[in-house]
Structure formats: C-alpha cells, structure tokens
Design a protein around this ligand. Structure first.
Ligand code: E4P
Length: 220
C-alpha cells in the first residue's frame, strides 16, 4: 500500500518525505486555503514546490475548481503542465466523469474525488481514473462505516479487473491506515499526525529505555 500525505503544508510534506516512506501527496482547495495559498500564480507555484520536495515519480494530486467539462479540461491541462508528478483531481459529478474520460484518453493521470458509494467508484473506473478517492472519515462522521466502502470497492474492482487504484481518503487516525491496508486499499492518504501515530507503542518506549539503561550499566 502506498503512503500519500494529505496536506498542502510544506513543512509536513518535508517531514514525511524525510521519513523515506512517502509515495505522494494529495491536496484539495480547503487544504490550500488553510495554508493561505491564493491566486492562480501562487497556487500553481505551490504545486510545483510540492512536486520538487517529493521528487520524481511521486504523484501529487491538484484539484480543479471548475465544475463544467470545458472548464475542468482547461484547468486540468494547466495543472498537468506544471510538473510530471501532477495528477488532476476531479469531483464525482457528471461533467467530472466526462473530464476523467477525456484526461484518460489524453494520457493525463487523474484522481476522482468526493466518492461515497460503490456506484460512484464504478463510474470512476469506467472513465479510466488513475485513482478513486472514497472518503472514509466523512462517511464515519455521519455514522456509517467508511471502511465497508473500501472493502466493497475492492471486491468490485477485483471481480471486474478494473485498473483504477483505490485511494483511501479522509483518513483521520492511525487505525484508519491499518484498516485501509486490511480492506485492500492500494493507497492511503493521511495527515502527518496519522502517519506519526503509527509509531506509538508504550512497549517500544519501555523496551528502548531498558536496552539503553542496560548498555549504560556495563559501558558507563
Ligand atoms: C483527499 O484527497 C481528500 O480531499 C481529503 O482526504 C479529505 O479529508 P477530510 O475529510 O479530512 O477533509
């Protein structure tokens, strides 16, 4: 399972990249706004900086703002031109699916976002999306089972031999990462806090403390 970081924060991206386990980045308009990135020039520059931080071969999802086919295609092309790492992120709406099919034909990588059902995931795969992003946390937020959707999509994609990769999104905590891996997600995108949370275990801390204390006893 690939690890993407879900942020537009450059320090967080650098920290995750330095861990040596980062495979890519996802952003969205809310995450860009959180970092105060505004204006077309600054937005494109920020995406380029992210691509340069993570290095070659690591996908960086950049989301279109337009909601009509023509607008999405124009914006997507502009985003894809920024850097070879860019994956055009398109919402799961009618014109979005049309745009996904267009980008697939044009050889531009895509990420279909705001996916909340297996039916939507089928449409994304039919349009040839590179990634489909089911939003786990937001489904959990309304009292449903986000992880069940990952399992369902995995079952369908396997049965139908769809090539679209399942990107578990809206991940809120370390357990979501473990559950996504078990459910068959190809990629998980999560905030730095969830990635770092995976390190935590009291027995690791206690064990390391004891090893170092024992070493000190005999080595001074
Ligand atoms: C990533 O592609 C999504 O935009 C993101 O994971 C959404 O996360 P949220 O539900 O925590 O905003």
């Amino acid at each position: 399972m690939l690890f993407f970081i879900d942020t537009a924060n450059l320090d967080h991206i650098r920290e995750a990249a330095e861990l040596g386990i980062l495979d890519g980045v996802t952003t969205n308009p809310s995450l860009m706004a959180k970092e105060g990135i505004s204006g077309e020039k600054n937005i494109l520059k920020h995406y380029r900086t992210i691509c340069e931080i993570v290095g070659p071969g690591r996908d960086v999802s950049a989301e279109v703002i337009a909601t009509d086919f023509k607008g999405m295609v124009a914006e997507g092309k502009q985003l894809a031109d920024i850097h070879e790492n860019i994956v055009v992120k398109v919402p799961m709406i009618k014109d979005g699916v049309k745009a996904l099919a267009y980008f697939t034909e044009a050889g531009i990588k895509t990420n279909c976002t705001l996916v909340f059902s297996a039916g939507q995931a089928i449409l994304a795969a039919k349009a040839g999306a590179t990634y489909v992003s089911p939003f786990i946390g937001r489904i959990d937020d309304i009292g449903w089972d986000g992880m069940k959707l990952i399992r369902e999509i995995n079952q369908i994609y396997t049965a139908q031999a769809y090539e679209t990769a399942i990107l578990a999104a809206s991940i809120r905590q370390p357990l979501h990462i473990v559950q996504s891996a078990k459910a068959g997600a190809d990629v998980v995108t999560c905030p730095l806090s969830a990635i770092l949370g995976l390190f935590n275990h009291p027995l690791t801390d206690i064990g390391l403390e004891k090893f170092l204390a024992d070493y000190k006893k005999v080595n001074g």
